[in-house]
Ligand binder design. Structure first.
Ligand SMILES: *Cc1c(COP(=O)(O)O)cnc(C)c1O
Length: 424
């Protein structure tokens, strides 16, 4: 039975055993694949036949994970890579070269900001950051003739901004570039970017997709919904001599973007996911729908507790924010907003350290979006190299605490937060 229901796809998408095959996904721990004739191999090298050649390019266990994620997102293909950072890197390099530019929301994960602003700038790719609440005029003004992608996080880490998808889609399409989103904190359970105007979705699979804190991984989903032959992307729309004149966007329509990411960029850069992690992530996806519902229930309960607490100066959680986030949360995240909640504590840094030190159930770790509840004070940890001014301008004040609420009992989590606040 073919089902498109999300819950059923979480369990049955991906690996489909034939009669007599292992019921659970086998781990193909093999670098290479055996063929009988030179002719078969030649056709694989020429991309004329489908099949596995070498595990730097593709692997059956990794392919099962890719198939499941693509199905969950409603994309035409997915490419699994070694980390969330690699997912963004491969996407950028599939679209841009030196002399091009990227327009991105300023409200991004710190690692993505470093990759874009430092590493890609050094390679000659310009990055123009805009406010997540930029108006149509401001967005249009930021887009240049050499702009090759528009980028935002569906729900940003750690500030939890949500952009106006329809506006960003409209601006991207009117300038002939794809709208790329990072849906790591949304997951396909809470947010369906391809149905909301995105063309490419990237994930850090190390977050909710894994959930169990076991794997670093990433994945790119190709929506198959962008016209690459508009003249801006010759690497996709003109013959590629490194593949005997293949034209990716027409020969592999509608998945030319994904096929080029794999056959050119994984071939050259070598950042594919390994089979063991693909096995673990394919298994973790079986419970994603249940986990995200509980994360959202707990996240909302914590946000509500904090909003009413006298020692808390502000709370950021999309459903509670009285700005545009609330309406975007309702529109784009109909099943909840997950477990990440940020808040400001009265008394700044000193109180923040005291609060975190007194938590008993919630752990102090540099991670986000997993089954366990976790807390971090960015100003004294992940962002401690920034000056006070830099902290302010990136929206990370000395009073900010990021909570990533897990799937433990709601009552136990609320009790832990209440007792830790009482000691501040
Ligand atoms: C963690 C994270 C990344 C980077 O992912 P890694 O798997 O750690 O490389 C990218 N985007 C977001 C939103 C993240 O939270």
């Amino acid at each position: 039975m073919e089902s498109k229901t999300l819950e059923t796809l979480c369990i049955h998408g991906g690996y489909k055993p034939e009669s007599g095959e292992p019921f659970s996904l086998p781990i193909a721990q093999s670098t290479t694949y055996q063929y009988e004739t030179a002719q078969e191999l030649a056709e694989l090298f020429d991309l004329k036949a489908a099949g596995h050649l070498y595990s730097r390019i593709s692997n059956p266990t990794v392919a099962a994970f890719e198939t499941k994620i693509a199905a969950l997102d409603g994309g035409v293909a997915a490419v699994a890579v070694s980390s969330g950072q690699s997912a963004l890197m491969v996407t950028v390099l599939n679209l841009c070269q030196a002399g091009d530019s990227i327009v991105a929301s300023r409200s991004l994960y710190g690692g993505s900001l470093n990759l874009l602003q430092v590493t890609f700038q050094r390679l000659g790719i310009e990055v123009i950051l805009v406010d997540p609440k930029a108006s149509e005029e401001e967005l249009m003004a930021a887009m240049k003739d050499n702009t090759k992608m528009l980028f935002a996080e569906t729900i940003s880490n750690p500030l939890l901004h949500i952009v106006d998808f329809s506006l960003w889609n409209r601006v991207a399409e009117s300038r002939g570039v794809p709208f790329v989103v990072d849906n790591s904190l949304g997951t396909p359970v809470l947010c369906k970017p391809l149905e909301l105007g995105a063309h490419i979705v990237v994930y850090s699979a190390s977050k909710y997709i894994d959930g169990h804190r076991n794997c670093i991984g990433g994945v790119i989903v190709d929506g198959g919904n962008f016209p690459w032959d508009n003249g801006k992307f010759p690497q996709l729309s003109e013959p590629d001599e490194s593949y005997h004149g293949t034209t990716f966007c027409s020969d592999y329509a509608p998945m030319g973007f994904a096929i080029r990411a794999r056959t050119v960029l994984l071939r050259d850069l070598g950042c594919i996911m390994n089979p063991m992690n693909a096995f673990l992530l394919h298994t973790s996806l079986e419970t994603l729908h249940l986990r995200m519902a509980k994360h959202s229930e707990n996240g909302a309960a914590v946000a509500k507790l904090l909003a009413d607490h006298p020692k808390v100066s502000w709370v950021s959680y999309p459903e509670l924010m009285d700005s545009s986030e609330k309406s975007y949360a309702e529109k784009y995240f109909p099943h909840g907003c997950g477990g990440v909640v940020t808040f400001g504590i009265q008394g700044g840094k000193e109180s923040a350290e005291k609060f975190i030190g007194n938590l008993k159930l919630i752990s102090l770790v540099t991670h986000v979006a997993a089954n366990t509840s976790m807390a971090i004070h960015p100003a004294s940890t992940t962002h401690r190299q920034l000056s006070d001014e830099q902290l302010e301008s990136s929206g990370i004040g000395a009073d900010l605490i990021r909570l990533s609420i897990g799937i433990e009992s709601t009552g136990d989590i609320l009790e832990d937060i209440t007792q830790a606040l009482a000691q501040v």
